[in-house]
Structures are given as C-alpha cells and as structure tokens.
Ligand binder design. Sequence first.
Ligand code: GDP
Ligand code: ZN
Length: 360
Amino acid sequence: MVKSKMTIQTLGWTPALQKSFAGFYQNGFEPARVAVEDKHYYVVFTAEASLSAQVTGKVLHAAGETAELPKVGDWVAVKSVPEENKAVIHHVLPRRSKLSRKVAGRETEEQVLVTNVDTAFIVQALDRSFNPLLLQRHLLMVRDGGVRPVIVLNKVDLCDDVPARLAAVAEIGGGAQTLAVSAKTGRAMDRLAQLVQPGETIVFIGPSGVGKSSIINRQLGAEAQTTTEVRASDGKGRHTTTWRELIVLPNGGLVIDTPGMREFQMWLADEGVHETFPEIEALSAQCHFSNCGHTREKGCAVLAAVEQGALPRARHEGFVKLQREQALLGKAAQRRQFQERIRKSRAARRILNESVPEGF
Ligand code: GDP
Ligand code: ZN
C-alpha cells in the first residue's frame, strides 16, 4: 500500500478538535475526516491512511434526516481495521460550518453538501458570462453556512474596465474580500494563495467555465498525488482507488473538490438561470409539462405570454440563450470529468504496477 503523506493537521485537525475528542480517544476511537460520500459508503482519511467506511446501524437509525449522516468534510470518530483498509463510523462531530441547499418542494429538507469549510472562493469571470445575481446568491449561501466568502474575479485579462467591475461588485459584496485575478497570466495569484492558511479547508464555487480548475491546478499548484492510495489486494483480487477529492495545496491548505461539489455547481448555475428570470420562473408553474423548456412545448405558459405581449420577446430570448449556454457548459464539464476519470485510472494502473510486491 502506498500511504498518503498526510498528517491529521494537514486534514484540518485543530487543538480545539483534539480537546473535544478526549473522551473518544479513551473509548478507543480515532478521528478521521470524510473525503468521499456515495450513498452509505464513505472514504475517510485518518492520519495514516485512507479507509473505506460505513456508519454503524445506530448512527443510521438515529439520523432521521439525511443531513445528520456524515457528509464530506465531517470529522468522525471511527474504529478502524487498518489491515483491511476499513473503518466503521460511530459518531459525527459537531459541524463548524456547512454549505447546503434546501431541497425544492420540501421546505424542511436540507441537503448538506460539504461541512467544516473555512473559506469559499466564489468565482466569476470578468467576461460576458459575468453574473452579479448568481454572485449574490452564492454569497448568501456561503454566509448562511458560516463560511468566509472571498470573491474571485477571474479572467481579468479579458476585461477592459476592471475598476467599474470592482465597483459594481463592491456594491453587492457586503464587505467580502475581493480579488481580480487571472489564472491565465498568473496575475494576483500569489495574493490568492496567501489567503489560504495551512490546515484551512476551502472550496471553490462558481459556474462552469469561470476558471476554477485552472486556478486550483495550474496556479495554486495542487498536488493530486498526495491523496492517492493503492490497495494491493483484499482477497477478491486487486483493487485500485485513486481520488483527488481532497487536494492538498503546497502551503498546506485543503481544497475539497468532490463530485458532489461539481453537482452542486451545476445546480447553482441552473438556479441562477431561474433567478435571473423570475417572471419566467413564475409563469412556468402554469406550463402543461413540469419539465417544460419553454421553447416549443405544448401548453407552455411562457410562450403564451410572449404571444399575448405580456412577456417581452427579448426576455424570453435571453432566457433561452442562457439556458442553452448552461446546457453546453454542463456537457463540456461532463466531458472534462470523463477525460479526467480516464486519466486517473491510467495513473492508478501505473502506480499499481510499480507497487505490486514481487511474487504477486
Ligand atoms: P471551471 O469550469 O470553472 O473549472 O473552468 P476551467 O478552469 O476549466 O476554465 C475554463 C476555460 O477558461 C478554460 O479554457 C481556461 O483555459 C480558461 N481560463 C481560465 N482562467 C482564465 C483566465 O484567467 N483568462 C482567460 N482568458 N481564460 C481563462
Ligand atoms: Zn413552458
């Protein structure tokens, strides 16, 4: 097994957590941080290794609402079986912060996406896609969850009136720290990096295409391989697991970039379309089909409003255009994810070949 280079501090463990864990240590538990959540299967990191984990039946039953089950970012008390790379999650520690969304239609249900985040970098691009409404929505969500927002205006190289944009953002930013950067030229990237303290957990939020991965990978110099682990054999043949959901930055910050986060981005972007066109959102309740795209569907209340002159044609066209752009961005993002998966599995195979002991 190739062990990860992480320490528990790299994962964001603090003296305060250490203190609150005293009773758990006495009862033979060790602390771990949830890196991946897939239905009821988890991957957790301890100081020594990454382990596949499940919760006890007790935790499962006690968690009436799914929000109480472990989420990515949570600190949990586990009993581990290191020889088998397995762990059982017995307790979820209280959360310091969280990013969540309310599930549409069911007012009380909250879907927690990621927890114990210190800073959220809310990214927008200073090009035609710049969307102040979406930025405001993200700010609200981040502040709601007790997370510090930093507004990152990327692609500053494409903007010819930066002061005007900064002034516009200052009006809606509510005092949030704001940086105009370029992942392409590297401008102000050092200042961005300085905002991340060792042991801090950060996330990047923003629509597809604004440059989040460029910032994380090319500029902050993320080291994906530190979270790579290979399990040589578990009796059922060889297993290889690699992931980069927890990315350790060179200066010690931790970026959470889970598939859940990416889904979240899609959802937020989609929500942005609707928030930008509230009158269309309101009309759509009367469309015949609940999933109406408002382009040529039968019984579409939006098209009817355009015909009757109640909705300006330009608003409808703007909506359709933005929706199409989002769909294209979504497809591009999916394609990138697919390519990334292939690249990862190749890298994993390479590592496996190197680390298979003789005689296997
Ligand atoms: P993400 O979907 O938010 O992760 O965005 P990506 O990092 O994949 O970037 C989307 C596109 O924008 C890519 O083609 C990048 O090369 C480009 N891009 C990223 N940052 C910049 C920048 O600062 N300036 C310019 N001109 N292009 C950028
Ligand atoms: Zn419709």
